[in-house]
Design a protein around this ligand. Structure first.
Ligand code: SF4
Length: 148
């Protein structure tokens, strides 16, 4: 039996030109939100932008990823650290779980330290909801610095 966990990544459309370097690196190193796969085989089977505000692709791309075998959708760290962070991220998570019965993880690579510092100073994440949303990618200062 193939135990490989197949995942898809959806990124914020504001970063649609991103080549995904930080996501690929952290997936390989099992860092940030990918630390949950430590010791496991993982295959990336889809990578797509949300389609731009208000995120129209969230309605469709999980289906294609699921057809490709994806069990888990990761909402990329860019949604958390953008200026401003995506206001719809919680809804996206609920929608994908409800419509496609897939697991959703908020985040991919560790939050880079420069974004972390700015948002901490702005008080962006001063709520229980945001504390929960950033927890998989908050990591520690040393790792965050390595993603600057
Ligand atoms: S802010 Fe949210 S809805 Fe807008 S482009 Fe980014 S991820 Fe998509």
């Amino acid at each position: 039996m193939d135990d490989t966990i197949k995942i898809g990544i959806i990124i914020c459309d504001r970063y649609r030109m991103c080549a995904g370097g930080k996501c690929m690196r952290s997936l390989r190193n099992r860092e940030g939100a990918f630390s949950i796969y430590e010791g496991k085989e993982v295959e990336l089977v889809g990578f797509a932008p949300c389609g731009g505000c208000p995120g129209g692709n969230i309605e469709y791309v999980p289906e294609e990823m699921k057809k490709n075998g994806a069990e888990v959708i990761h909402l990329a760290t860019g949604m958390i650290v953008g200026y401003p962070p995506c206001p719809r991220i919680k809804y996206f998570s609920r929608f994908i779980r409800e419509k496609y019965d897939m697991k959703v993880v908020v985040g991919t690579h560790p939050i880079p330290e420069n974004y972390y510092t700015t948002h901490m100073n702005l008080g962006t994440w001063d709520s229980n909801l945001w504390k929960e949303l950033i927890s998989p990618t908050e990591t520690d200062e040393k790792i965050r610095l390595s993603y600057d």
